[in-house]
Design a protein around this ligand. Structure first.
Ligand SMILES: Nc1ncnc2c1ncn2[C@@H]1O[C@H](COP(=O)(O)OP(=O)(O)OP(=O)(O)O)[C@@H](O)[C@H]1O
Ligand SMILES: [Mg+2]
Length: 396
């Protein structure tokens, strides 16, 4: 990724940090509602001005590669100071972050709830129901945030990563982003060919219309090799279900929300996708999970039954809970008559998962795809854009 920040304001810093300290930093920053990079900047600034004796040595055993962004020029100052203090950069950074974490205490109640990156897996093995449309739309709405209304508080924009997990690459192409060519390093390599990995997955993340989304919307493009993912996962050593989670783990600290646009199938790749949405240890219910676009027609109901059974199987096999965040009844057109209205009633009568939005079949969605622009930028006042904001509100 070139830089998730406004041109020239911050520079990427590649260093090392013990995994546990990284997790503590992420948790504490999230608990306090502070952007990770702001926390690191503050930590480094304080370290620079603190008397040397107030920076206790920190064990850097088990330190792993770690990227962050600092205001331009700050790291040079920091490195010079590490040189003057005769310590490694990794030691200096660990000291800075250790003191920052220890001096930003959160209450015990807050500490009991780990702040994970929210993971939303948009899935349905039925083709063409609107997975890509809904993933893209809610990603945009989450990145933009919502203004306060007379009855509801504002929802601040969040740093959001859209992951194109479908070899068809529709999500990438609708933002005008090229798919990763066959044989090139990609999400697939990071999932099933870790011995061949040479770069960070973060470097493949591209910003989407940063001027419109305040630099908070990003995309991890699809790889053509994802067509082979099911068969590759079949022969992978070690647990398969965690392969997507393992590959995306280093990205999580950079994003508040990760939205997965799943492919229209139910193979091993989809198991890994569903697993990625499972509720983690002590994570609040209904924060992460699956969001399921459906259509108001009979074949959609049959497909949903299969998907639901697959979700149950993954939960049983891997002993996890996967929250069903909701159904989005998409491409609804009541002019289609009884089948459409009756089918909508059936979806609503399910109750769990709830119908979180009914999105009409309107031209703006197709037009936005045609001109390769995000919907909330191309037609921000359209009914469809409004529905995407409603889903964002419903997700909480
Ligand atoms: N509410 C809508 N109104 C009009 N067109 C829509 C709407 N939702 C989706 N579409 C269009 O329907 C087509 C299929 O939608 P989309 O690609 O989002 O489905 P999908 O489930 O991701 O498909 P696939 O299974 O192939 O991945 C696209 O051309 C999209 O622009
Ligand atoms: Mg799709």
């Amino acid at each position: 990724m070139a830089s998730p920040y406004a041109e020239g304001t911050r520079e990427k810093v590649a260093s090392k940090l013990p995994v546990t300290l990284r997790q503590e930093l992420k948790t504490r920053a999230a608990q306090l509602g502070i952007d990770m990079q702001e926390a690191v900047t503050e930590a480094v600034d304080q370290w620079l001005i603190r008397p040397v004796g107030d920076n206790p040595a920190v064990s850097t055993a088990g330190a792993e590669s770690w990227n962050t962004w600092l205001p331009v020029g700050r790291y040079d100052r920091f490195k010079a100071e590490c040189g003057a203090r005769d310590i490694s950069y990794a030691q200096g950074l660990a000291q800075a972050i250790r003191v920052w974490v220890d001096s930003h205490s959160a209450s015990l109640t807050e500490l009991a709830i780990p702040q994970y990156t929210r993971r939303i897996v948009v899935c349905n093995q039925k083709g063409g129901v609107g997975k890509t449309t809904i993933a893209a739309g809610i990603g945009q709405a989450i990145a933009l945030g919502l203004p306060a209304t007379t009855s509801r508080p504002a929802m601040p924009g969040r740093r959001t990563l859209l992951v194109d997990y479908d070899p068809q690459g529709h999500l990438s192409s609708q933002f005008g982003v090229k798919q990763v060519a066959s044989g090139e390093e990609s999400l697939v390599t990071h999932m099933v060919d870790r011995d061949r990995v040479t770069g960070a997955l973060l470097d493949q993340v591209v910003p989407i219309a940063p001027e419109h989304f305040d630099g908070r919307l990003f995309l991890l493009p699809s790889s053509f090799d994802a067509f082979l993912l099911d068969s590759r996962l079949g022969s992978v050593r070690g647990p398969r279900e965690t392969s997507l989670q393992r590959a995306l783990a280093p990205l999580e600290e950079h994003f508040d929300t990760i939205v997965i646009d799943a492919p229209p199938n139910l193979g091993l790749a989809m198991d890994a996708g569903l697993y990625y949405g499972h509720r983690r240890k002590s994570e609040l219910a209904d924060r992460s999970g699956v969001l399921i676009p459906v259509e108001a027609e009979d074949s959609s109901a049959d497909a949903y039954a299969m998907l639901d059974s697959q979700i149950r199987t993954v939960c049983l096999d891997y002993e996890v809970d996967i929250d069903r965040l909701g159904l989005v009844v998409n491409k609804f057109d009541k002019r289609k008559g009884y089948v459409a209205t009756h089918s909508l009633e059936n979806w609503q009568s399910l109750g769990t998962p709830p119908v979180v939005a009914i999105v009409p079949d309107l031209k703006e969605q197709r037009e936005a795809v045609h001109v390769k622009q995000p919907l909330l930028m191309y037609a921000p006042t359209s009914t469809q854009a409004q529905r995407m904001r409603e889903i964002r509100r419903r997700l909480g």
